[in-house]
Design a protein around this ligand. Structure first.
Ligand code: HEC
Length: 187
């Protein structure tokens, strides 16, 4: 192949690659290009969850609400000391009362095994939707329903939790995962 032809092939490949990258980004979070939003929906009925960025939100909370990816997950996976902040909130907010201090289940289901109440819990978006907005108890093991926790949603428990606190708890939960197999939250 002549040098110039090789150059042309290379350019074409790069164009194809970048077009492909754009398409992927667009389909992963369809509205993100236009509104920068993760488009959270209720686990109960699929209706939109009205959770907005607030003035006091951390950079991590803002990033999640734009991308649907929890920035703490990879951080905690590498740093057990940092992950303690999530464990602390899990106990402090009363999650441990139903799920056990190590999240391996009591009256509520285990959160650290491969048995997900709803298949979407292997994604950051899906797990966040269940913790923020609650469920109506139709999960796989029929253990009852999850409460609503996000402070911006009607009927939330106690004072409610902000986006950042939920993300920290989720990232700690991922570090405790014992189920084996795929761990899509780390990719
Ligand atoms: C009053 C008891 C109770 C409390 C307190 C509670 N949960 Fe739950 N949780 C449940 C039940 C019951 C389910 C199953 C829901 C279903 O199947 O619809 C559940 C489900 C979940 C799931 C999905 C688990 C899976 O395996 O798919 C997550 C994640 C979760 N809870 C996180 C939390 C967090 C975080 C807190 C604290 C902020 C919390 N829960 C507090 C009862 C509770």
């Amino acid at each position: 192949m002549s040098k110039s032809k090789f150059g042309l092939v290379l350019v074409l490949m790069l164009v194809a690659l970048s077009a492909c990258g754009k398409k992927e980004g667009g389909s992963a979070s369809s509205a993100s290009a236009s509104s920068g939003s993760c488009d959270l929906v209720s686990t109960k009925d699929g209706s939109p969850l009205a959770i907005k960025v607030t003035a006091t939100d951390t950079a991590e909370a803002k990033e999640f609400l734009a991308t649907c990816k929890n920035p703490y997950t990879k951080l905690y996976a590498k740093d057990a000391e940092a992950a303690k902040a999530g464990h602390k909130q899990f106990n402090f907010q009363g999650c441990s009362g139903c799920h056990g201090g190590n999240a391996n289940g009591l009256m509520g289901p285990s959160i650290i095994d491969a048995q997900w109440e709803y298949p979407k819990h292997n994604t950051d978006k899906g797990m966040f939707e269940t913790i923020a907005g609650g469920t109506n108890g139709k999960g796989a093991t029929a253990r009852g329903s999850m409460l609503t926790w996000h402070a911006q949603l009607p009927g939330h428990t106690g004072d409610g939790l902000d986006t950042d606190t939920i993300l920290k708890i989720m990232a700690w939960l991922r570090t405790q995962y014992t189920g084996g197999g795929e761990t899509p939250w780390l990719s």
